[in-house]
Write a protein that binds this ligand. Structure first.
Ligand SMILES: Cc1cc2nc3c(=O)[nH]c(=O)nc-3n(C[C@H](O)[C@H](O)[C@H](O)COP(=O)(O)OP(=O)(O)OC[C@H]3O[C@@H](n4cnc5c(N)ncnc54)[C@H](O)[C@@H]3O)c2cc1C
Length: 356
């Protein structure tokens, strides 16, 4: 089978969808090819009754105006991260102390219905015939234009190819002609933000800790979770707590059940008996997902990397091959805002190029 378009967008995460949105408005043809059977990439939620819990990103922050604008444009609701009440701290012996530390996510914003509300809104604004899921791109070719080959052999031809996928994941695609060694090395040198993280979420029929004066925020030196927050959706009766798992990737691999059990016990220590009886739990290990993470992402990052597009990757195939994930945004790289920033920048370049 063969299809053709103007701009081939590989990846239906936020950056790919936002780029498509810009192109749609500029009247430029595109096709999104998404490897998974769902859109959103790192943005994913778990569902319980009418509430949604974020299994990927939860927050955006003041000053991130693109995501704030998108929330407004699509009529979504933002709300403040719940942080009122007493903080908890678990020492290395599993002993719990109250009121130590500070609410590290106080002042951040969340989106009602979870971050996938943003994905659903972007996807809903696009022409659905221009989005193909279950379409992993395996090969990218420079011809007199560009073309990609999907796992099922379908060939898609275009004029420009945007890889809106984490750079390390992009290094697994077969390029014809091959990218140079410095180019592949440059792709692999860019860590996937949060690619080595796992989240445990417990959903309850009510946020009982709030009534007990606890904020839901906790830090732990005992684990398996190192940082815990209230993850309740807005305006539902349901409550939720989530934590980032601090167990190294190679240790937790193959032990999801054990880690989840230990995480639940930890919530019991921190928030009492009621925490041991969740209505539902979710465990999401992003290190296990090859569409997000590579083995290189198993090593914990010391801090937030300085992202942006390195010179070696700035003019691939004479500008026909472009990188588009959040990691290639210079100001907000890694964040949701970075995915929107890079989409905007690429759209400007593509439109300018067309007008030359
Ligand atoms: C646990 C966790 C917590 C986070 N918390 C926050 C937060 O609170 N706030 C914040 O701002 N950011 C946070 N982030 C980061 C945020 O999720 C990302 O910035 C954002 O989602 C990146 O979007 P993207 O479109 O650039 O990449 P992605 O979401 O990774 O999208 C890439 C897409 O490409 C697809 N793909 C990959 N390979 C191929 C292929 N060969 N062919 C076709 N498709 C392919 C993937 O399936 C995916 O859908 C968090 C991330 C994680 C994992």
């Amino acid at each position: 089978m063969e299809r053709s378009t103007d701009v081939i967008i590989v990846g239906g995460g936020l950056s790919g969808l936002a780029l498509a949105d810009h192109l749609e408005q500029a009247g430029i043809a595109y096709l999104i090819l998404e490897a998974r059977d769902r859109l959103g990439g790192r943005i994913k939620v778990g569902e319980y009754n009418d509430s949604f819990v974020d299994l990927g990103p939860s927050w955006f922050w003041p000053g991130q105006y693109r995501i704030a604008d998108a929330v407004k444009r699509f009529g979504l609701k933002q709300f403040n991260q719940y942080a009122a009440g007493t903080l908890s701290f678990e020492d290395q012996n599993g002993e719990v102390h109250r009121n130590m530390g500070y609410a590290s996510m106080e002042g951040s914003y969340r989106v009602k219905g979870g971050m996938t509300s943003v994905i659903k809104a972007y996807a809903g604004a696009l022409d659905e015939t221009k989005i193909i899921t279950d379409a992993p791109v395996k090969t990218a070719r420079l011809t007199n234009g560009v073309e990609v080959v999907l796992e099922n052999g379908t060939v898609v031809k275009g004029q420009k190819l945007v890889l809106a996928i984490p750079p390390r994941v992009a290094s697994n695609i077969v390029y014809e002609p091959a990218l140079s060694v410095p180019e592949i090395q440059a792709l692999q040198a860019i860590p996937t933000w949060m690619g080595g993280q796992a989240k445990f979420v417990a959903v309850y029929d009510e946020p009982f800790w709030r009534k007990e004066g606890l904020s839901g925020d906790a830090m732990s030196r005992h684990g398996p979770m190192v940082e815990i927050h209230d993850a309740s959706d807005m305006q539902t009766e349901t409550g939720a707590l989530f934590g980032f798992v601090g167990v190294p990737v190679h240790v937790r691999k193959g032990h999801n059940e054990d880690v989840a059990q230990a995480a639940l016990q930890q919530l019991g220590r921190l928030f009492g008996e009621k925490a041991l009886k969740p209505a539902k739990v979710f465990y999401q290990d992003w290190a296990e997902e090859p569409e997000t993470s590579s083995e290189m992402d198993a090593n914990p990052l010391g801090g937030h990397p300085s992202y942006g597009l390195p010179y070696a990757l700035s003019n691939l195939w004479d500008g026909r091959l472009m990188l588009g994930s959040t990691e290639t945004a210079s100001q907000f790289g890694g964040f949701i805002e970075g995915a929107l920033e890079r989409a905007e920048q690429l759209a400007n370049e593509i439109v300018a190029d067309r007008n030359v």
